[in-house]
Design a protein around this ligand. Structure first.
Ligand code: ADP
Length: 505
């Protein structure tokens, strides 16, 4: 037999005989304890017959051996194994009493001894066997839960690797980073070891508006250090192979039961294609609106000339037609200028020229102009005195006009539109309230998104492109003000915006 074979044989024998090695296996043999106990009894009998001159000593040996066997088998094969190796010697003791033909006193003391030993043997077998079975059960439970945990880990690992998003995880100390295959594909590199080792402290990878984002401001680091959750944060990522990509990042801390942060996870998508498409769309809108602007300006000029000429030799029908053309051209021009504003906002090219002016007066003027174009609505202005702000007058006028024209558009005729101007702390507050279709709560933030329009099958469709509120929001935001909407669906809406008051020093 080869050395390897011998070792294997020894191991098999050990795992068969050694009760410690068998802990955890619930395969209990009954044949082995039975055969061993019978063999022991037979040997005892042979041995006893051989040295009959000192039966007490022989008895002690036999009892000692029986106790050892019971301990061994109850620990090897549980209660049943122990019971077999306890009952067989008891039967053997009874056989001794019977075969040696003991009488009276001797028989009684023999019976007593057999009974006491029987109780001890059975007690031993049951106690040790129960202990062994309990240990086996605990080991089995432990093994099962370990197997389940391993299976769960393997499943999670597969999901982690196969998910079509980049995933990065880092432990509480930022010492161990782990990323999936998709992360490597998106970022074009591996992240291993600690955050520091990964070189990310020194190297510049993540950018926003062409400025590198310090590592402490990375979403995953913010999640780890401050417990912040990030959703859909966009940033540029400059890969080591010089490729520039855009990623949309989510990040969250992972906490234990005591709410302590034990790790952080970040998921991200490559949105470069989406971004490119958006840029191309913006470029197209920008180009198209520029191209439209020039012919529109000359059209308006010719309309003015025609109007002048018609005033000298009036022709009712022609005048009416020209007025219609003029109002349609005005609408077209507004649309083109909105389109231009949107693309300027997108490219950060919208300029503001600020001055000090009376916001209350501006609102009143706007209402007066718009009241003429919407005679079927009743405008009410609530204001008190002058309210000075330092802002771009034309752009603020654009916001007020947009809110009031929307109020007219989205509310029925013969309803009121209340425009209020007030101050609170260091801010001016303007509100435009209508009693029209209103806006559902979950849509209230979205209406300020670019090209967003509420589509409700229960209300009639309105014309428009969803640019006005987006432009208004951006204008107000860039004046460090706020804009929001309140109200109830079906009852009306109130749009608010604030602007910082001019500082009086
Ligand atoms: P447009 O009016 O051209 O569609 P806006 O950006 O001005 O674009 O408005 C976006 C959307 O917000 C509108 O399509 C409309 O659904 C909703 N909205 C705006 N103002 C009101 C209002 N006063 N009442 C109800 N809905 C409004």
């Amino acid at each position: 037999m080869s050395k390897h074979g011998t070792i294997q044989g020894m191991n098999t024998l050990r795992s068969y005989l050694d009760p410690i090695a068998r802990l955890g296996t619930t395969k209990y043999s009954l044949v082995f304890p039975f055969a061993m106990s019978i063999t022991l009894c037979v040997l005892s009998e042979v041995f006893a017959n051989g040295i009959m001159h000192n039966p007490e000593i022989v008895g002690v040996y036999i009892i000692f051996l029986n106790v050892a066997t019971i301990i061994y088998f109850s620990f090897r094969d549980g209660i049943r194994g122990g019971l077999i190796s306890a009952i067989i010697p008891i039967i053997y003791y009874l056989y001794i009493l019977y075969s040696r033909q003991y009488q009276d006193e001797r028989l009684w003391s023999g019976m007593e001894a057999t009974f006491s030993l029987g109780v001890v043997y059975l007690g031993l077998a049951i106690t040790i066997g129960w202990l062994k079975q309990t240990i086996d059960r605990l080991i089995k439970i432990e093994k099962e839960s370990r197997t389940r945990a391993e299976e769960d880990r393997a499943t999670l690992q597969t999901i982690f690797q196969q998910l079509p998003v980049g995933i990065m995880m880092v432990d509480a100390n930022g010492k161990h980073i782990k990323g999936n295959k998709h992360m490597e594909k998106i970022l074009g590199r591996k992240y291993e070891g600690s955050l520091e080792q990964s070189g990310s402290y020194k190297s510049r990878y993540a950018y926003r508006s062409d400025k590198p984002i310090a590592q402490k401001n990375w979403p995953i680091v913010r999640a780890l250090q401050k417990g912040e959750t990030t959703t859909s944060e966009e940033m540029e990522y400059r890969r080591e192979d010089k490729k520039r990509i855009y990623i949309r990042v989510n990040a969250a801390p992972i906490r234990n039961k005591q709410k302590q942060i034990i790790a952080a996870v970040s998921t991200f998508y490559d949105v470069t294609q989406e971004k490119d498409l958006e840029t191309r769309k913006d470029d197209f809108v920008n180009m198209a609106s520029h191209e439209l602007k020039t012919p529109l300006t000359s059209m308006k000029l010719y309309i003015e000339i025609l109007l002048l000429q018609l005033k000298q030799s009036p022709n009712e029908n022609a005048l009416k037609a020209i007025h219609r053309i003029k109002s349609q051209t005005d609408k077209l021009q507004e649309l083109v200028s909105d389109l231009l504003d949107v693309s300027r906002l997108q490219t950060g090219k919208l300029q503001f020229s600020k001055e000090t002016f009376d916001l209350a007066a501006l609102v009143q003027e706007t209402v007066d102009v718009l009241q003429e174009t919407a005679p079927d609505h009743k405008f009410i202005v609530k204001k008190k005195g002058n309210i000075l702000v330092y802002a771009d007058r034309f752009r603020v006028y654009q916001v007020v006009t947009n809110l009031i024209t929307n109020a007219v558009k989205y509310s029925p005729q013969d309803t009121k539109i209340i425009v209020s101007i007030s101050t609170s702390m260091s801010r001016a507050i303007v509100s435009v309230e209508d009693f029209g279709i209103g806006i559902e709560k979950d849509q209230r933030k979205k209406v300020f998104d670019r090209l967003y329009q509420v589509h409700d099958p229960h209300t009639k469709a309105f014309s428009g492109l969803g640019m006005g509120l987006y432009i208004s929001k951006e204008i107000i935001k860039r004046h460090r003000g706020k804009i929001w909407v309140e109200g109830e669906k079906g009852k009306g809406s109130t749009f608010f915006f604030t602007l910082p008051l001019k500082k009086t020093s």
